[in-house]
Design a protein around this ligand. Structure first.
Ligand code: SF4
Length: 257
């Protein structure tokens, strides 16, 4: 069943000053609310993208890497873990295991201990070794550069593939949907789906393709720095006038397009 976003404001009485103000500000009508997100008019999306460009003009992936393969491994390690911690671990990990072959034929018990601080280390070891083996045995020792091939690697789903394609190869194959992008898509009324694949489809329909890579990074940075899960810093958010999230901590909740 499609999830519907509840109205955040009581409807103003017809003909009152309040209702005219609300109408001018573009408050959504109940009939326009859908799982796709009601705030997806091209004008509003352009305004959101402009604000993100203002705040994060050079947003990039925070995972340190020297090649596509390392980015792939770092992205697998980043599941349920901060990028900072992954970077700490990979600083020595990529010295000890410099090539896909080193990961593919590693001692699994030793690799588990090497990546233990990132959590879920047993599953991550299986994914890393499985993906590395396939890369060595079927892809000539190089991380593949198509969505189809990346999805053939153990432990790799669309999110990881989009990170690698967008950041390492500059290919806009989709939009990275991680926990930050999921939360912000909901708060910014761009998608009310809960399945990452559906959220990605919703975003791909409204965000211009040439913005897909940067937009993912910008939302992730905004989610980390400002629009945090438990207590969003709405007072310092440059998207505040465009945002009518029900858990906003300041502001009117009006839409300004
Ligand atoms: S106004 Fe608040 S809830 Fe809306 S995007 Fe900004 S930080 Fe997030």
């Amino acid at each position: 069943m499609k999830k519907q976003k509840p109205q955040t404001r009581k409807p103003a009485l017809k003909g009152t000053k309040k209702s005219k103000t609300a109408s001018r500000a573009g408050v959504r009508k109940a009939s326009t609310i859908s799982a796709k997100g009601a705030g997806t008019s091209p004008q509003r999306v352009r305004a959101i993208l402009q604000k993100l460009d203002d705040a994060y003009p050079d947003a990039i992936c925070a995972l340190e890497h020297k090649n596509p393969f390392q980015l792939l491994i770092s992205t697998i390690l980043s599941a349920q873990c901060t990028d900072e911690r992954v970077n700490q671990v990979t600083k020595t990990l990529y010295v000890k295991y410099p090539t896909p072959k080193d990961f593919a034929y590693a001692n699994p018990l030793e690799l588990e201990q090497d990546i233990r601080p990132t959590g879920f280390f047993r599953n991550k070891t299986k994914s890393i070794m499985g993906a590395s083996k396939k890369i060595v045995e079927e892809f000539g020792g190089e991380a593949p550069s198509t969505m189809e091939q990346l999805l053939m690697l153990p432990g790799v789903a669309r999110k990881t593939a989009n990170v690698v394609l967008g950041t390492a190869f500059g290919i806009a194959s989709g939009i990275v949907v991680d926990t930050h992008v999921m939360r912000l898509s909901e708060r910014l009324d761009l998608s009310h789906n809960t399945d990452p694949k559906k959220i990605e489809q919703d975003l791909m329909q409204v965000i211009p393709r040439d913005k897909w890579i940067l937009f993912s990074h910008q939302l992730i940075w905004h989610g980390r720095k400002v629009c945090q899960a438990r207590k969003p810093r709405c007072a310092g958010c440059n998207l505040e006038r465009l945002c009518y999230a029900k858990d906003k901590t300041v502001g009117s909740g009006l839409v300004s397009e």
